[in-house]
Every structure is written in structure tokens, then in C-alpha cells.
Design a protein around this ligand. Sequence first.
Ligand code: ATP
Ligand SMILES: Nc1ccn([C@@H]2O[C@H](COP(=O)(O)O)[C@@H](O)[C@H]2O)c(=O)n1
Length: 427
Amino acid sequence: MNVTSRLMARRTMALLPQWSSRIFSVDLDGAPLYFAIQEKHQGTEVPHVFRRVQQYDRCYSLLVCSSDRVRKAKFYWELKDRLLRDLPRECNLSPMSSFLPNVKDSLIKGYVLKDSSKSSSRTEGLLRHLIQHDPVLVCSYLRGEDGRPWTQHLWSHAEGSTMETSNNYYVVPSEAPEYHPSTLNIINSDVFYSFREAYEVLKKCGDIIPEATSVLELLSSRLEARRKPDFPVIVIEGLDATGKTTLTESLRDTLGATLLRSPPQCLSPWRARFDQEPPLIRRAFYALGNYITAEQIGQEATKTPVIIDRFWHSTAAYAIATAVSGSVHNLPEEGSEVYRWPSDLFQPSLVVVLNLDPEERKRRLMDRGQGKTEEEQELDQNQLFRLRVEEAYRRISGPACVTVDASPSADQVLQQVLLLIRGKCHL
Ligand SMILES: Nc1ncnc2c1ncn2[C@@H]1O[C@H](COP(=O)(O)OP(=O)(O)OP(=O)(O)O)[C@@H](O)[C@H]1O
Ligand SMILES: Nc1ccn([C@@H]2O[C@H](COP(=O)(O)O)[C@@H](O)[C@H]2O)c(=O)n1
């Protein structure tokens, strides 16, 4: 190793402080399996994940690292498609992450790549290209010989050539952490707790997503002084096809109220565009939508009661449920700061969540027969995702939601919600 190469290798390591304190998590068949690394060879136990990849000839990991969080999010979002397109057919990808246990914002995402193609040249050529041009750290994993454990080798690149670091790390089993790793980065990456945080993300996107600038222009006049509304403000929440539109329109007519929604109408031209973006950008867009709706509430609630079709609960619950995989036990625990209401966002007088049996919801979706967003399809197909969204709704606090059974007739649901409104809001 010459001096430049040594420097490059050190710089690569510096990108990941406390490399050997990190835990690595690989999602195989939806369940995370953990391993750690050690500088010294102790014991011979092979982590479960490496027993599962034995049949592959070669194994690599790619972790996306960049201090520019917009670039990092975009690159990670596009990486999977790129790998699936360019890698040999015999390669298999699984989501992977690395984190410092219980350290917020320490999560780094990536993939484990298992390769059983005849030759390593195509895969390694692609990996070399990636570390030269993109914010990615590559490691290869080698099966130990003579009873020695697997080793991890970090790749670095200098002066036109790629090399593996000479100091190897031994791969060892690790306990599952107390909290699911994806909960570490939710705050201000998936859920935004202030106008400023969400605004900053869209501002940084301006040069790569021109639509972000148009959205920001709509926001420039916001943040007028907030005053307590004269009339009650009631939010109706629930999964798609639970009856929100039907109920909010009936409430509007019965109460002589103004009906608003989040995201507001003025964001419609850009919604489909932001739905294609990675969670960091997509969620910032929806978060800002709530602030625009809050502005409209401020104006309307001086004149009439206001009914809102979706608001903050939707933004936070879907974002949390998407960030975390697997069962509801992987969600941040009840009472976690992840479920708190943003301190600068208007708080409605009442939030009602419509709850519906999954089979009846499916029936209503079929009857309606409209196209579905990817997230709606996911809700349909993935019952764990649906359970996570419902549980996240329930855990959000300040204001908490009141659950109403949406299975009776539309009129019965309306009467039930009117009772709640009259009890809580003295209408
Ligand atoms: N209480 C009810 N009983 C039976 N059918 C209902 C009831 N409420 C609504 N529906 C029907 O279910 C379908 C979905 O209702 P609606 O569009 O109001 O749901 P939604 O929650 O607004 O959906 P989305 O979030 O996807 O817009 C519609 O066809 C509607 O007529
Ligand atoms: N305040 C909101 C409203 C919606 N979302 C996201 O949109 C999807 C559901 O919207 P529908 O128009 O289909 O009802 C859902 O996937 C949410 O992610 C949001 O984030 N915030």
C-alpha cells in the first residue's frame, strides 16, 4: 500500500466513526438478522446471517454515506433499481443497515449483495465504479478457512485503483438491539416536527427538483400570528376507503361548516411528482401541506366550524409505519417523542379516526373501483403495514384521536360523530 492509498483507506474509515462499535442488520425475508465486527479473532461462531448466505460464492455490502442528506436519500432511493438492472441475474439483494445502538441519527442504509455468478468481474466492476463516483462504502465478506470466522474487508479507492483495506474485521454474532434500528432516524428524516425542518429539506431540493421551488413560493407568506379559532376545528382521519370523504361532506352540510383537506388543493399539481421521491422529500412535502392547511383553518375558523379531511395524524402515521418494517412491536414505543405533535402546528379541537374491518374496507375499495397509490396497494396487500399505520394513529398525542367504528351505515356513522362533536366542542 503506498502513502496515498493508505491515506484514502483512512479517509474511508473516517467516514464511519466508531466502525467497530457499529451493529449491522440484514433483512432476510422481512426479519432483521444482526452481526457486529471485531478487530481480533475471538471464537468461531458464525452469525446467523452468514449461515444463511453460505450457498453464495461471494457476498458484499453497500452502505450509502454522505453528509448531504438530500443526495444521500436520492441515491439510496435509486440504487436498488440500478443494481437490479446492472448486476448479473445470479445476484440477490437484501436491505441492510448499520447503526450505533440507541444513538439517534446513526443509521446508515444500504444493501447486502449475494453473488453466485460464474465470475466476480461484472459485479466487482460495478462496485468499483460505484465507490469511485457515488457516496457509497463497499465491503466484501470472505468465508474463514480452518475454522476461522468470516472477515469483512472495507474497499477504498485511490489513484485509479480500488483495494481492500489490509486490516480485516472479523464478523461476529450480535444481540438484537433494544429498539428497531429504523426508529433511530425517524425524527426529521421521515417525520418533521417544525415548519422550518420541512422547509429546509425542500429548499435544498430546489436545484434537483424544480417543483420544490414552486411549493416554497406558496409558503413565503405563511407564519402569520396564530390566534385561537372562534369555531371548533374537527379532523377526520382513517385509512383509505374508511369513509372520510362521505363523512366530511355530510358534516359540512349538517354543521354549515367549511371543508378543508390536507394536502390542500393548491398542492395538487405537484403531489404526484413528490409521491415519486424518497421519504425525506416526500414527507417534507406533506408536512408543509399541513402548515398551508393550518393557515386556511386560521382564516375559516373565524367564520364557521371547520372540518378537515386528513391532517397531521396521516402524515406522521404513514411515515412512521413505512420507516419501520415487520410487526407493530418494531414501532417506537408508546409515549416516544416520535409521536409528539409539532409545537408550531395548529392543534384541532377534535380528531376522529374511522376504523373499519379490513374485509369491509376491501369491499368498499372494490366497489369504488378507482386507481390506487402505491401506498394504498401496500395497505391492501400487507396487513402488517396496515396494523402499523393503525397503531401509529392511536399512539400520536396532543391531540390524541378518538376512534369511531365506521362499519355502520353512513348516516349512523355521521350521528355517532355528531354526538362526539357536540360533547367535546359544545356545538
Ligand atoms: N358507512 C358506510 N357504509 C357503506 N359504504 C360507505 C360508508 N361510507 C362510505 N362508504 C362508501 O365507501 C367508499 C369509500 O368511501 P370514501 O370515499 O368516503 O372513503 P375515504 O376514506 O374518503 O377514501 P380515500 O381516503 O381513499 O379518499 C365509497 O364508495 C363510499 O360511498
Ligand atoms: N395530511 C396528509 C395526507 C396524506 N398523506 C399521504 O397521502 C396518502 C393518503 O392520501 P389519500 O389522498 O390517498 O387519502 C398517504 O399515503 C399519506 O402518506 C400525508 O402524508 N399527509
